[in-house]
Design a protein around this ligand. Sequence first.
Ligand SMILES: CC(C)=CCC/C(C)=C/CC/C(C)=C/CC/C(C)=C/COP(=O)(O)OP(=O)(O)O
Ligand SMILES: O=P(O)(O)OC[C@@H](O)CO
Ligand SMILES: [Mg+2]
Length: 247
Amino acid sequence: MQVEEYLNDIVKRDGCVHLTLIDPASQKPERAVEIAKAAVEGGTDAIMIGGSTGAVGQVLDLTLQLMKEQINVPTILFPGDSAGVSSYADAIFFMSLLNSRDINYIVTNQAMGAPLVRKFGIEPIPMAYLIVEPGGTVGWVGDARLLPRTKPELAAAYALAGTYFGMRYIYLEAGSGADEPVPVEMVGAVKHAIDKGHLIVGGGIRDHNAAAACAKAGADMIVTGTAVEDAGDVRAKIAEFVSAIKN
Ligand SMILES: CC(C)=CCC/C(C)=C/CC/C(C)=C/CC/C(C)=C/COP(=O)(O)OP(=O)(O)O
Ligand SMILES: O=P(O)(O)OC[C@@H](O)CO
Ligand SMILES: [Mg+2]
């Protein structure tokens, strides 16, 4: 429970965690590590590694190996399937896409990945992954029955079900590069519904105002990927997010 406790302690201390998502398929490992280093300098709390397409094998391993040598925050896998499990990560968001129509994303990929998680000694963090409109690539790949933006009560019902299954983290995802993040009304409704669980919000968070709004509405952790990939000055961009969400 090392990484989970680390994150939960930051929520207690700072009110909110910042997670930087790096897709190993988007750049060479050396560049990914440069981005991660700058993100850590900017104050990010951990690095998530994953992508919905093509984040596998040698590139994933090498990216994580270099990170382990060069950065001092945890690395957390964010896998699309069992091929996204690498022995060089500290933890894995062991997630089920609860609003998928495809059993592969509800439990089969997880079953294929579970023995690897055990073999490699990676810390699994049980998580309900919920995809909200517009959902982006991951909504399509994961065959999600997208949660309507105007129905916070549906998102809250899925989140509550996730906590009753024993999942301690709930991730509300609008899709990478979404035009708008998850609506604040939905963030609030989900936070209200889950007693002890932690709420992660990501997808389409581009600036510090959007990040602050999500945190204020109840997000315990904010994920940014595209905004960081696109930033000229990664360190400065992350620092803006961090100061907007933390007490
Ligand atoms: C726990 C294990 C072994 C597997 C989980 C399998 C599940 C539930 C996957 C959910 C659906 C999926 C395809 C997720 C991929 C990871 C992800 C959410 C990537 C989003 O990353 P970006 O790189 O920002 O998105 P793009 O790929 O659209 O750029
Ligand atoms: O790329 P962005 O839009 O920041 O989304 C991050 C993450 O929620 C995607 O899985
Ligand atoms: Mg990507």
